[in-house]
Design a binder for this molecule. Structure first.
Ligand SMILES: Cc1ncc(C[n+]2csc(CCOP(=O)(O)OP(=O)(O)O)c2C)c(N)n1
Ligand code: SF4
Ligand SMILES: [Mg+2]
Length: 335
């Protein structure tokens, strides 16, 4: 056995401002994502943050299909496709494989980042079990990043467990008899995974509209090590039906309306950050209509629908045990 093996991670210090971000790209030209695709930006920032000694594994979805069209790819680092529900298994298996090879002295012992990404269909729905299992294996270092464009986008925008209430998708077109076909509330994926995996040392939510913060969360997850999870909210011009130039603004509005809170859970401690922190400290949230009505998928919403949506978001902030993170309330004992 090679005595040099350690289970160490790379120490990736946070970028202190945009001018300090490294210039090298590891996700370059050669992809065919839509104009304004925020998920493609997430891939670029994710691997830029991780650096060259990184392996990326990607489950089926837009970020697989549009990024590996025959004979072309934007990936500069080693990359592998995995089955739609397998991002968790791929992360764990690759990390375990590297560890075994290094321990046996069959490859040079060095910290290599393992990142597996999945969409919301692959992560919040189909692959949830595999992600959950991986987050309990604390001896293996990997990051699972779920890029959430709020639909099964690659197969033409079917609704997922992460699609917002009321949205028009190919599975939930509004009709004259029934206006809202999709009436389930979006899953709270990051909160669920953080609360349910007490030995997972790091879970965070991010949005690429805040690019440096987003990259620093990736760097932190990889540095902390063990299995870690990041949930990224990604505006998708095709699925959300808006002008591609609005991607950045819609990301900001998702945070400013309080619909998608930015937070990290590190060793069991919750920390809201960025504009979400300001909201927690008293800054007023923008009305959800400012976000919803910029998107064609909510064009059929009436005042009543907007009010319902607003009320649900208000409850996240006013009633949840930890705003935007943990939905339970303590019972108030009647004395
Ligand atoms: C087991 C399995 N079922 C269905 C499919 C078809 N399929 C390919 S991509 C995809 C959508 C995945 O959605 P998501 O994970 O949200 O990624 P996105 O396409 O939105 O980027 C589906 C259903 C598949 N590849 N494998
Ligand atoms: S459908 Fe959405 S996620 Fe897929 S490539 Fe287009 S913009 Fe990106
Ligand atoms: Mg998706």
């Amino acid at each position: 056995m090679a005595d040099t093996f350690t289970n160490a991670t790379q120490i990736l210090e946070p970028f202190k401002g945009v001018k300090k971000v490294t210039i090298e790209e590891y996700f370059t030209s050669g992809h065919r994502t839509c104009q304004g695709c925020e998920s493609a930006l997430v891939m670029k920032l994710m691997v830029k943050a991780a650096g060259p000694r990184t392996i990326v594994l990607g489950s089926t979805g837009c970020m697989y299909v549009a990024n590996t069209t025959y004979y072309t790819t934007p990936w500069v680092v080693p990359w592998m496709h995995t089955q739609l529900g397998s991002s968790g298994s791929a992360a764990l298996g690759t990390s375990a494989g590297l560890k075994a090879l290094m321990k046996k002295g069959k490859m040079k012992s060095e910290p290599i980042n393992v990142i597996a990404f999945c969409g919301d269909g692959g992560g919040a729905d189909m692959g949830l079990g595999a992600i959950s299992a991986t987050l309990t294996h604390k001896e293996y270092n990997s990051l699972i990043l779920m890029y959430d464009n709020e639909s099964y986008a690659n197969t033409d925008i079917q609704l997922s467990g992460s699609t917002p209430y009321g949205a028009n998708t190919t599975f939930s077109p509004p009709g004259s008899v029934k206006r809202l076909i999709h009436t389930r509330w979006k899953k709270n994926t990051a909160g669920m995974l953080a609360a349910g995996h007490t030995e997972c040392r790091y879970v965070a939510t991010v949005c690429a509209s805040y690019a440096v913060e987003m990259m620093n969360k990736v760097r932190k997850a990889l540095t902390i090590g063990g299995p870690t999870f990041i949930h990224s909210l990604d505006p998708c011009p095709k699925g959300w039906d808006y002008d591609p130039m609005l991607s950045h603004e819609l990301g900001e509005l998702a945070i400013e309306t309080g619909i998608f809170p930015l937070y990290e859970v590190e060793d069991g401690v919750v920390r809201h950050y960025g504009k979400t922190k300001a909201i927690v400290e008293g800054r007023p949230r923008k009305p959800v209509r400012e976000y919803l009505l910029k998107q064609g998928r909510f064009a059929h919403f009436t005042e009543e629908d907007l009010e319902y949506f607003q009320k649900k978001v208000d409850a996240m902030w006013d009633k949840w045990e930890i705003p935007g993170v943990i939905p339970f309330r303590r019972e108030v004992s009647a004395k």
